[in-house]
Design a protein around this ligand. Structure first.
Ligand code: NAD
Ligand code: HSO
Ligand code: ZN
Length: 433
């Protein structure tokens, strides 16, 4: 029997229990951060040689030169050509849907002109070169290639450099084919902190990028956190999470499998169910026990559910919503009637899956929205990966002769107030022209 934690919000210590349940060190873990700091410093100093050594140590890749850890575009095209038709079709359909969704996120430049002829605006440009981290330690993720690369392409990024660990040198053809579908320019078969360092600092072989995006384990997250400032990053993501709120009227097997779907990613993934119906929670617990037996990744699911999972009985759905907003989950399933009404009450979640038919797994692959989402309560302040992560805003200011007089007076007054003479006089020169 699987020993998943059971809580009831009427327990006097429930709030403390919830805090404990959500506690997660991840990228903040001192031991991991220490290891990562050393790897980053070493790659910065020794470049390719260090990348190859760490790839040997962590992924058992014995390369004599970095060219052995790099794949040209032709190799990606070859993977796509050789893919079984059904897989190719699914990949292309998913890519099409993800592209259609992300097309809508494209920001456009804008400007307006004031009465005196002064023009103000915002010019949008794409990043020049980005690094896409595609996780690959424990499983391969072709879908993460789509989710990273498509918004970058839609934004108009000129060059896409992808890194993906290939433990024991095992290439995943679907991952390579996905890179071809998305127009990725170069792929390096490296992962972990060494790959993040190579992208951030550049090596003899790996070009330095402007921003690194994509999910990964705690080593990857800690490395991204440390290189932020040298390069941009999208977010510091942790293991996958799912929070399901169910009114008790969905098939318990469906809900059990939805909880498994994130648990199977990682022993550290988190799957939580909230329901006002205690008998329903019992039924889901029974489904978990029965269905787990046939799951290929049974051990990972068990560990994840026993260590970080929970079935929580709430007073009512309003209380469930309050808890969901506190948890700010990566994925939130609203498995209930009128989910659109309840969704309006959700302020903090990476993605909301509305209604009994909408399982989170569809969002992972092909619904359209991005599956790279804020985790570990960071949905309180951050958003899904999107086109906006690959675009920058530059302010535009063109002052007319009249504008120079009116604005010059305001600026000079404030500049003298700050004790900054040069600022004031710089503005005053234009007032007299
Ligand atoms: N949020 C998302 O969109 C999304 C998508 C897919 C996967 N994920 C998550 O990404 C994570 C993927 O993790 P993963 O491990 O499978 O792949 P990964 O690519 O993130 O990490 C593998 C790398 O970790 C490094 N590493 C492993 N052990 C190490 C050690 N002891 N010391 C130093 N470096 C070490 C190695 O360099 C290896 O290449 C999972 O948590 C999964 O849930 C998230
Ligand atoms: N659920 C993951 C994001 O947390 C994404 C994914 C990829 N493949 C399957 N799932
Ligand atoms: Zn998933």
């Amino acid at each position: 029997m699987l020993n998943i934690k059971r809580y009831n919000t009427t327990q006097p210590d429930f709030d403390a229990q919830l805090v404990q349940l959500l506690a997660f060190e991840g990228a903040q873990d001192a031991a991991i951060d220490h290891v990562v700091a050393d790897i980053l410093a070493d790659v910065k100093k020794r470049g390719d040689a260090a990348v190859m050594e760490y790839s040997q140590r962590f992924d058992r890749l014995s390369a004599k030169s970095m060219s052995e850890l790099s794949l040209p575009k032709e190799r990606l095209e070859e993977a796509l050509r050789n893919l079984p038709a059904e897989q190719r079709d699914a990949l292309e359909q998913a890519a099409h849907r993800v592209r259609t969704y992300h097309d809508r996120q494209l920001m456009a430049s804008w400007s307006y002109t004031e009465e005196d002829g002064t023009m103000l605006g915002q010019q949008i440009t794409a990043l020049d070169r980005v690094g896409l981290y595609v996780p690959g330690g424990k499983a391969a993720y072709p879908s993460s290639v789509l989710m990273n690369a498509i918004p970058a392409k839609v934004a108009g990024v000129a060059e896409l450099i992808m890194v993906v660990p290939t433990p024991d040198g095992q290439l995943n053809e679907l991952v390579l084919a996905a890179a071809a579908v998305c127009g990725v320019d170069r792929v390096f078969t490296i992962g972990g902190a060494q790959a993040v360092a190579a992208l951030a600092y550049g090596t003899e072989s790996v070009p330095q990028v402007d921003k690194i995006v994509g999910p990964g384990n705690a080593y990857v997250a800690a490395a991204k956190r440390r290189v932020f400032g040298v390069v941009g990053i999208d977010m510091v993501a942790g293991p996958s999470e799912i929070l399901v709120i169910c009114d008790g009227k969905t098939d318990p097997d469906w809900i059990a499998m939805d909880l498994f779907s994130q648990a199977e990613h990682d022993e550290l993934a988190q799957s939580i169910l909230l329901s006002p119906d205690g008998a329903f929670l019992d039924a889901v617990a029974a489904s978990i026990d029965r269905l787990l037996e046939d799951m290929p990744r049974k051990a990972v699911i068990r560990e994840s559910l026993e260590n970080r999972g929970a079935l929580i009985q709430v007073k009512d759905l309003d209380e469930a919503v309050r808890i969901a907003n506190y948890i700010a989950p990566e994925h939130l399933e609203l498995s209930m009637d009128e989910p659109e009404l309840w969704a309006k009450k959700i302020k903090h979640a990476g993605a909301i899956f509305m209604g009994r038919m909408t399982c989170e797994a569809l969002g992972d692959y092909c619904a359209g929205p991005n599956h790279v989402l804020p985790t570990s309560r960071t949905a309180r302040f951050s958003s899904p990966l999107g086109v906006y992560d690959f675009q920058k805003r530059t302010s535009l200011i063109q002052v007319s002769k009249q504008g120079a007089v009116t604005l010059g007076k305001v600026a000079a007054t404030l500049a003298y107030g700050e004790g900054l003479q040069a600022h004031a006089r710089s503005a005053e020169y234009r007032m007299k022209s």
